[in-house]
Design a protein around this ligand. Structure first.
Ligand SMILES: [Cu+2]
Length: 274
């Protein structure tokens, strides 16, 4: 994995994305990153938070020290340094370098996020009220992805599952380690395709196509949700991405094509058929 962000060293104390991946999820932090971009975002978040904490401690420490040490009760006279050029230069130059130090890596990551060139595959994602549609442009297959949480759970008549409101009938399936380009749009109102583990959050805008990409580094199931208030069932249009080995992906594609050729609705599971 190439992640040389800040040359290690000074920031080595900050828990990195790699460490987060081994420690597992924490409810106090971002989800463990599963793509190179998500790892960069994770590290940026950690490092910038650390810088903010250091600034906070230094500024408040200095302020409280000055207030306490130079209090009138201890017999101190107020110092006079109005229009002190040295002080003004210092408090301009130091923040300037801090800002540049934060902006440089952040800009680098944003540029990489936007680089959708040379993808291994392209999937068009369309948001609807209130479901997603996936078109595999290289394979000629497509299907809807609907919420699969049973009504009984939503209405409180059954115990809620671990993945309550985060499960769909037809997940998006992608091969591991491949650069997947997403063309994102919407068929009615604004939606947003958001999968935190991949570091992808892109608005789906009717009449426009925005592109983004991710490369999943590990097989597994990753979940997200629509992240743009889009109507009364906004909270009921989850996203599930199943990352599988290439061979399994090829088998899945062949199966979808077969179903399509047979005129069957593509990838309808037992849950959706009910
Ligand atoms: Cu939506």
């Amino acid at each position: 994995m190439k992640r040389k962000l800040f040359g290690g060293g000074f920031f080595a104390f900050a828990p990195s994305a790699a460490l987060a991946a081994t420690l597992g999820p924490s409810k106090y932090n971002l989800q463990p990153p599963q793509s190179p971009i998500a790892a960069q975002i994770y590290d940026l978040h950690t490092i910038i938070l650390a810088i903010c904490v250091v600034i906070f401690v230094v500024v408040f420490g200095f302020m409280f020290y000055a207030v306490f040490k130079h209090r009138k009760a201890a017999g101190h006279q107020a110092a006079h340094f109005h229009e002190n050029t040295t002080v003004e230069i210092i408090w301009t130059v130091i923040p300037f370098f801090i800002l540049v130090g934060m902006a440089y890596p952040a800009t680098k990551t944003v540029i990489e996020m936007k680089d959708t060139s040379a993808p291994d595959m392209t999937v068009k994602v369309t948001g609807y009220q209130w479901k997603w549609h996936y078109d595999y442009l290289n394979e000629g297959i497509g299907f809807y992805s609907n919420l699969a949480t049973p009504k009984e759970q939503i209405e409180g008549r059954a115990p809620k599952s671990e993945t309550y409101l985060l499960e769909v009938d037809n997940p998006m399936v992608v091969p591991v380690g491949k650069k997947v380009r997403l063309l994102i749009t919407a068929g009615d109102v604004l939606h947003a395709w958001f999968v935190p583990a991949f570091g992808v959050k892109q608005d789906a805008i009717p009449g426009f196509i925005r592109d983004t990409w991710f490369r999943a580094e590990k097989t597994g199931i990753y979940r997200g949700q629509c992240a743009e208030l889009c109507g009364k069932e906004h909270g009921f249009m989850p996203i599930v991405v199943k990352v599988v080995e290439q061979a399994e992906y090829d088998r899945w594609v062949a199966e979808q094509k077969q179903k399509k050729a047979a005129g069957q609705p593509v990838q309808v599971s037992a849950a959706a058929a009910k």
